[in-house]
Design a protein around this ligand. Structure first.
Ligand code: ZN
Length: 200
């Protein structure tokens, strides 16, 4: 088996490794994409993130999302799935939605695939007022995301808002604002954050 990032030949599968989660990255690439857990606030929303938004993370995410390389889906939550399931037991996941146009282009829902094996229940029914694309917007356009979501579904107990990257925090804040009146407890998770936030 070859490393999905650098294409280096990896060690042969041993008997013990059959029982462990198999990493698609070689040891050297995994060292570069190392979990650096951060917790920060967006207004009063507590957010946890796992990676720095650096070279290897950016190129893997780009390859996965924009080049539609579905095989990369298990790279991002390698060794984190059990942690998330236990840490957020009792929560239901609410993904920050991608634009319809982007989803159609990719042919898959990128967050749904990454979190497929986390096996926490999902919340449906969050909608966008305008079909805005998150990526590549300027600050003014991004800030419109803060008011771009609405939710008219059932009352919610524990909600975990999930996104891939927090850039300005506008999308996450928009989703939070749309549901906070109908949810008892809200937390958020992002794979990486682009902005430096203070830890709490
Ligand atoms: Zn590698």
């Amino acid at each position: 088996m070859r490393c999905i990032y650098c294409d280096k030949q990896m060690k042969k599968i041993t008997l013990s490794s059959l029982f462990l989660e198999r990493d698609l990255l070689c040891i050297e690439c995994r060292k570069m994409l190392k979990v650096k857990r951060q917790c920060f606030l967006i207004e009063d929303l507590k957010v946890e993130s796992f990676y720095e938004y650096d070279g290897i993370f950016k190129s893997l995410l780009l390859q996965y999302k924009e080049c539609c390389d579905e095989a990369l889906k298990d790279v991002f939550l390698y060794s984190l799935k059990d942690y998330i399931r236990i840490r957020y037991a009792g929560y239901r996941i609410l993904f920050v939605p991608s634009s319809v146009e982007k989803r159609r282009m990719r042919g898959f829902d990128h967050l749904e695939l990454i979190f497929e094996d986390v096996r926490l229940p999902r919340i449906k029914g969050l909608q966008m007022k305008e079909d805005l694309i998150q990526e590549g917007k300027n600050a003014g356009e991004r800030s419109r995301m803060k008011d771009n979501y609405f939710y008219e579904g059932e009352e919610l107990n524990r909600v975990l808002i999930v996104d891939d990257v927090v850039t300005t925090g506008s999308s996450m804040l928009g989703v939070y604002r749309a549901i906070r009146g109908r949810a008892r407890h809200v937390r958020a998770l992002s794979l990486a954050n682009k902005k430096q936030y203070f830890s709490f």
